[in-house]
Ligand binder design. Structure first.
Ligand code: PEP
Length: 260
């Protein structure tokens, strides 16, 4: 069984000016204190990428990610940002298909899939978000919805494409609501996602794929969630805006569960 290095990413959403971002990065670096027990990614707004990069300087314990990009490589798409533009700012990861993009900006699995292929061609690593709404869960459709999202968002992936990709399971009902999936609920869906990828691409690939959980992850629930066998990291929204709580999540996530 390959060892999957934990990956904790902070999605800052539409928060923090460029100046505020720089302060947060400095605070994170100080509190992380060279901790390298997990891969750590911050995804500030586009307008903060440069100031974050400057604040990171030569530090390698935090990688830079973006929250979105356009599926086309360039052209007449007013207000949009391309993969090459991100790459040029030393961005390594890009969140694609976040439920807020799907809900407010009409992103479909097909668009997410196009974006993923464009990102990978530009040597960006996609963090592909999937997850059911509360009504879908209550209607007993969680497995169907999540399986379809994984199949459609990752359609046409080669072995190399899988090797640079991360999937984030984010139940929509748990995002920004303070409701967290229990470790058992999350593990069930993560195992389902891994089994779906195994059917698409084979066991060697699915064993290596990192699957993050996202949805109201906080310092006090991170350890139990991330001790589940198929949970390989977290995508953190609200709690990533505060250096103390984000660093506590990162450190807690890397602790083994104590067996009493
Ligand atoms: C997110 O936006 O990806 C997220 C999980 O948000 P929160 O942690 O605030 O629920």
């Amino acid at each position: 069984m390959p060892v999957r290095r934990k990956i904790i990413a902070g999605n800052w959403k539409m928060n923090k000016t460029a100046t505020e971002s720089q302060i947060l990065v400095a605070d994170l670096l100080e509190k992380l204190n060279k901790f390298d027990g997990a891969e750590v990614v911050i995804c500030p707004p586009f307008t903060s990428l440069v100031s974050c990069q400057q604040a990171l300087g030569k530090h390698t314990e935090i990688d830079l990610g973006a929250q979105n990009m356009h599926q086309e490589t360039s052209g007449a798409y007013t207000g949009e940002i391309s993969a090459a533009m991100l790459k040029d700012l030393f961005v390594r990861f890009v969140i694609l298909g976040h439920s807020e993009r799907r809900q407010y900006f009409g992103e479909t699995d097909e668009i997410v899939n196009q974006k993923a292929h464009t990102a990978i061609k530009a040597r960006l690593r996609p963090i592909l978000c999937v997850g059911e709404t509360l009504s879908e869960r209550e209607a007993g459709k969680m497995a169907q919805v999540v399986t379809k999202q994984v199949q459609a968002s990752c359609a046409g992936f080669t072995e190399d494409d899988w090797s640079v990709s991360v999937i984030a399971y984010e139940p929509v009902w748990a995002i920004g609501t303070g409701k967290t999936a229990t470790p058992e609920q999350a593990q069930e869906v993560h195992a389902l996602i891994r089994a779906t990828v195994e059917k698409m691409a084979g066991k060697a690939i699915s064993d290596k794929l990192r699957i993050q959980y996202g949805g109201s992850v906080k310092p006090d629930n991170a350890r139990l969630l991330l001790n589940q066998p198929d949970i390989d990291g977290a995508l953190v929204g609200g709690a990533s805006l505060d250096a103390e709580s984000f660093v506590a999540i990162i450190k807690n996530a890397c602790q083994k569960e104590e067996i009493s």
